[in-house]
Design a protein around this ligand. Structure first.
Ligand code: ATP
Ligand code: MG
Length: 332
């Protein structure tokens, strides 16, 4: 069990309406990612669900029952924070078992649960170490272990990987996805990183200024962004957004074309531009070009595309992959 429903949820801090009005359905077993820019209300929304903040209006249902006035400990949820907040003087074993000890569980049962969690997280060999004797990724796993032992209905993650270096982040991302497949518990994961959102989520909730811009699977958002905000936020490098006469020719106020949905040539094509920067990643080349009559455009080419800074390049958008938006910024 672990479905969560938000009904007209709002949150005000003093004068500031941080969450105006949110309705959202999270199904049992789903991996849901809240993504959006810094300050858009992701952590606040997670803390409202956890019960760490009181909501200003609306209702939160957990497994169909009103949980709005329940204490955090009564909600059956477990939160993993960005700062792991481990107790430095306690062993990994004691850190993981701590919430169970606080709940008064007997020692043999705690031992069994800690051993289980350590096995799932590959921490068995580290149980007698102190947090300072662990790497960042291992510490993060201890923090997750402390959530697992409580067998929560739902895991709440608030940017759990942002303290880790890039390589470790990719590893831990995979580990958390695998863990989700193993445990099958509902998970809500907050991040400002759209790559994390795309790679981990069953369902992405794109937030902007406390409002939901769109909810959908990663590929739904990628293929059919509902508005300019989602179009610009999901996908890397960003979708090119073009207004003016070129957009009007396509019957739109603004058109969008992703860098990977163009054909490049050094001899002919729809748009003629000059390469301002060529980023060679090996597998891909990202060309930034200044196109006549349009302005800056980013295009993805193969790793060995020959063009360099200052040279001429022709860019032809794939007509079937052009996104159209009206003057309100909504997909048209
Ligand atoms: N206790 C508080 N009192 C007043 N304002 C707050 C409080 N907590 C958060 N806010 C404000 O609410 C807004 C949303 O904050 P929140 O922490 O939810 O953002 P976020 O999306 O998690 O951002 P980040 O990606 O930077 O963590 C911000 O403008 C923030 O300043
Ligand atoms: Mg936050």
């Amino acid at each position: 069990m672990g479905s969560i429903t938000l009904q007209n949820v709002s949150k005000t801090f003093g004068e500031a309406k941080v969450i105006p009005n949110i309705n959202l359905e999270i199904n049992n077993g789903e991996f849901v990612v809240f993504v959006g820019p810094s300050g858009c209300g992701k952590s606040t929304l997670l803390r409202l669900i956890a019960g760490l903040e009181d909501i200003s209006g609306g209702k939160i249902l957990i497994d169909g029952a009103d949980a709005t006035d329940k204490k955090p400990s009564e909600r059956g949820l477990a939160m993993v924070f960005q700062s792991y907040a481990l107790y430095p003087h306690m062993s990994v074993r004691s850190n993981i078992g701590f919430p169970l000890k606080m709940a008064g569980m007997d020692k043999a049962e705690i031992d069994r649960k800690v051993t289980d969690a350590a096995r799932i997280l590959n921490l068995t060999d580290y149980l007698d170490r102190k947090p300072r004797q662990l790497s960042g990724g291992q510490r993060q796993r201890v923090a997750i272990g402390r959530a697992i032992v409580r067998s929560p209905r739902c895991f709440l993650f608030d940017e759990p990987l942002s303290n880790l270096d890039a390589a470790l982040r990719v590893n831990m991302r995979l580990e958390i996805s695998e863990l989700h497949q193993k445990l099958g518990a509902t998970s809500i994961y907050v991040t400002h990183d759209q790559v994390e959102a795309m790679t981990m989520a069953d369902k992405i909730v794109v937030l902007n200024r406390g409002n939901i811009e769109q909810v959908g699977s990663p590929l739904e958002l990628y293929r059919n962004p509902a508005n300019l905000f989602v179009a610009g936020f999901i996908g890397s490098p960003k979708m090119n957004l073009i207004s003016g006469s070129v957009a009007q020719q396509h019957g739109a106020h603004t058109i969008g074309i992703r860098p990977e949905h163009v054909t490049l040539s050094t001899t002919e094509g729809a748009w003629k531009g000059k390469v301002t920067i060529a980023e060679h990643l090996g597998s891909d080349t990202f060309l930034h070009a200044d196109v006549e009559g349009i302005g800056p455009i980013t295009a993805r080419a193969g790793g060995d595309f020959p063009v360099r800074h200052g040279e001429t390049v022709f860019i032809t958008p794939d007509a079937s992959r052009i996104h159209r938006f009206n003057d309100k910024g909504m997909a048209a």
